[in-house]
Design a protein around this ligand. Structure first.
Ligand code: NAG
Ligand code: NAG
Ligand code: NAG
Length: 469
C-alpha cells in the first residue's frame, strides 16, 4: 500500500507538470473548500431545506454546523458537505421554513450528521441535491481501537468515516457480526481512499462515491461481480474481423434504447457471469433489429450449459456465441430464468426461441465502432471495471494508471453514444452509453457513460457481435 501511494503521488506530480497546471486546479479534481465560503453556505442551506421538506417529522430541522466541505468544478460546482442537522421546536404546520432561523434547537430532539452532494449550476437559478445520507449523530468517540490504521487520519476523519460506514450499512441493509464489521470497516476505509483518488484524477465529468460495493476488496469484487476472462479464449478460435468503412458522416448521437433493441437492465447478482449478460445483450439487439421482435434471453442457459466458459467463475462472449450454435439456440429469460448460481444444464432444444449463425470481431478504431453500431446494433465489449465499482454518474474518463486498458475484466454492452456539452467551460466530452448488469440502482439507472475516442479502460479491445440471419 505504501509504495503504491508513493507511486500515485509521484505519477500525479508528473502529470501536473505534464499538463502544466496546478494540481488543485485540475478541472474535475476534488479540493477542500472553506466552510465559511459563500457558495458552501448556500449549498448547505439548500441541502438542509431539501432534507427538511423530504422528512416526515412534525418539526422543522435546521442547519447546526457545516463540518466539512469539498468541492469539484464540473459544469458548475459540485459540493460534498458534511453537515449537522438538528430538530427544532417549530411545528411545520405553524411556521414556514423561511422563518426557521428563529426556531430553537430542541435539545432532546434528533441530531443528525448528513453527507450531502449538491450541484450548483451557475447558469440556471436552481441547485440540485444529488444525494444525501443522514445518520444519528454519534456520541464523541472515546478511544479508537488501536487496531485500526489511524496513522494518517485525524480522529475527526475516523469519526466521519464511521458515520459514513453506518450510513452505508443502513442504506444497503448490510448485516455483519461484530468481528466482521470491524474488518469490513477497514475495507470500507481503504475504498474511501480509492474513491478520493478516482474523484481527484477524473478527466471527464464522472463522480465516484459510496456504492453497494464499498465493503468489498478488489479481489472479492472481481470474483463475484465481474467475470470477463480473456484467458479462456482459444487463440485459433477468435471470430473473424469485420471490415468497417466509414463513408457517411455519423450522427452526433445515437441510442438503440430508443429503437426498441435493448431489454431492461438486469442484475447478475453475486456471480461472475457478466460475460453471459454481455452476450445475450448483443443477441437481443441483433434479433430485435433483424426480426423486429425484442425478446429477453436466458443468461442462466449460458451459465449452466456453456462447457467452454465457467459459469459464475467467468467466461467470454466469443466462446459463448460458438457454444450457443452448438447447443442449438437460446431460450427466453422467462423459460430459463436467471438464478445467479451454477446449476446443471436444463436446456431443451425445442424451447429455443433464438438462433445465431456466426460471430465477428469488431475493429478497435472507435469511429469505426460507432459506424458499425449505428448500422448494425449494440456491441458486446470487454472493459476494465476499475472505475465502475464506485461510479455514481457522469462521463467516466480515468487516467490509464487508474484503468489499465490491457486488463479487461468485465463484459458489458455498448448501446449508443453521444456528446456531453458543458456550456460553462465550452467543452464537449464524447461518450459511449454502456449497459451494465448490476441492476438499475447502480450508476445512471444501470448504465455507465465512459469517454469515447482514446480507448479508455480498453473498451475497444475485445468488441464482438453475433450474426443473426
Ligand atoms: C422440452 O420441451 C417440449 C416442448 O415444451 C416438451 O414437450 C418436452 O417435454 C421438453 N423436454 C424435456 C426433457 O423437458
Ligand atoms: C434455428 O436454426 C435451425 C437450423 O438452421 C432451424 O431449423 C430452427 O427452426 C431455428 N430455430 C429458431 C428458434 O429460429
Ligand atoms: C479510425 O477510422 C477512421 C475512419 O475509418 C479514420 O479516419 C481514422 O484515421 C482512424 N483512426 C485511427 C487512429 O486509426
Amino acid at each position: 500500500m505504501d509504495t503504491r501511494n508513493h507511486c500515485l503521488i509521484f505519477i500525479s506530480v508528473s502529470l501536473c507538470v505534464l499538463v502544466g497546471v496546478h494540481c488543485n486546479q485540475l478541472v474535475g479534481g476534488w479540493e477542500d473548500a472553506s466552510i465559511d465560503d459563500k457558495n458552501v453556505k448556500e449549498a448547505a442551506g439548500f441541502a438542509v431545506k431539501e432534507i427538511n421538506s423530504r422528512s416526515n417529522g412534525l418539526y422543522h430541522q435546521k442547519l447546526v454546523k457545516i463540518h466539512q466541505a469539498r468541492r469539484q468544478v464540473v459544469s458548475g460546482l459540485l459540493f460534498k458537505l458534511m453537515v449537522e442537522v438538528g430538530s427544532t421546536t417549530c411545528n411545520k404546520n405553524e411556521v414556514t421554513f423561511d422563518d426557521v432561523e428563529q426556531c430553537e434547537i430542541d435539545e432532546n430532539g434528533l441530531s443528525q450528521l448528513c453527507t450531502v452532494t449538491v450541484w450548483v449550476k451557475s447558469w440556471i437559478p436552481y441547485h440540485e441535491l444529488k444525494d444525501f445520507e443522514c445518520n444519528e449523530k454519534l456520541p464523541k468517540p472515546s478511544k479508537q481501537k488501536t487496531k485500526l490504521k489511524i496513522e494518517k487520519n485525524t480522529p475527526q476523519d475516523i469519526n466521519l468515516e464511521r458515520t459514513m460506514f453506518e450510513n452505508f450499512i443502513q442504506m444497503f441493509q448490510k448485516k455483519y457480526n461484530p468481528k466482521e464489521k470491524e474488518y469490513r470497516f477497514e475495507v470500507f476505509q481503504d475504498n474511501l481512499k480509492k474513491i478520493n483518488v478516482l474523484n481527484e484524477y477524473e478527466k471527464g465529468t464522472a463522480v465516484y462515491g459510496v456504492t453497494k460495493f464499498s465493503d468489498l476488496t478488489v479481489e472479492e469484487f472481481k470474483k463475484h461481480y465481474l467475470g470477463f476472462r480473456p484467458d479462456l479464449a482459444h487463440k485459433d478460435a477468435t471470430p473473424p474481423m469485420v471490415k468497417v468503412s466509414v463513408v457517411d458522416p455519423l450522427p452526433k448521437s445515437f441510442d438503440w434504447r430508443q429503437k426498441n433493441a435493448v431489454t431492461e437492465v438486469k442484475n447478475q447478482g453475486s456471480c461472475g457471469s457478466c460475460w453471459a449478460f454481455s452476450t445475450t445483450g448483443n443477441i437481443e439487439g441483433q434479433w430485435a433489429i433483424k426480426k423486429n421482435k425484442l425478446v429477453s434471453l436466458s443468461e442462466q442457459e449460458l451459465v449452466d450449459c456453456d462447457t467452454v466458459d465457467e459459469g459464475c467463475n467467468g467466461g467470454l462472449p466469443s466462446n459463448a456465441y460458438k457454444q450457443i450454435m452448438k447447443l442449438g439456440g437460446l431460450e427466453t429469460e422467462k423459460d430459463y430464468p436467471y438464478k445467479g448460481v451454477d446449476e446443471k444444464c436444463f436446456f431443451n432444444r425445442s424451447m429455443a426461441r433464438v438462433n445465431i449463425s456466426g460471430s465477428n470481431s469488431l475493429p478497435q478504431n472507435e469511429t469505426e465502432l460507432a459506424a458499425w453500431l449505428v448500422k448494425n446494433g449494440p456491441i458486446s465489449i470487454g472493459i476494465n471495471a476499475n472505475a465502475m465499482q464506485f461510479y455514481f454518474g457522469g462521463v467516466s474518463h480515468p487516467w490509464k494508471f487508474l484503468c489499465n486498458p490491457d486488463n479487461l475484466d468485465h463484459g458489458v454492452l455498448i448501446v449508443g453514444y453521444g456528446v456531453s456539452e458543458n456550456k460553462f467551460f465550452r467543452k464537449s466530452t464524447p461518450y459511449w452509453i454502456i449497459k451494465n448488469s448490476w441492476g438499475s440502482s447502480w450508476g445512471e439507472q444501470g448504465y455507465y457513460r465512459v469517454y469515447r475516442g482514446d480507448g479508455t479502460c480498453g473498451l475497444n479491445k475485445m468488441a464482438t457481435t453475433a450474426v443473426v440471419n
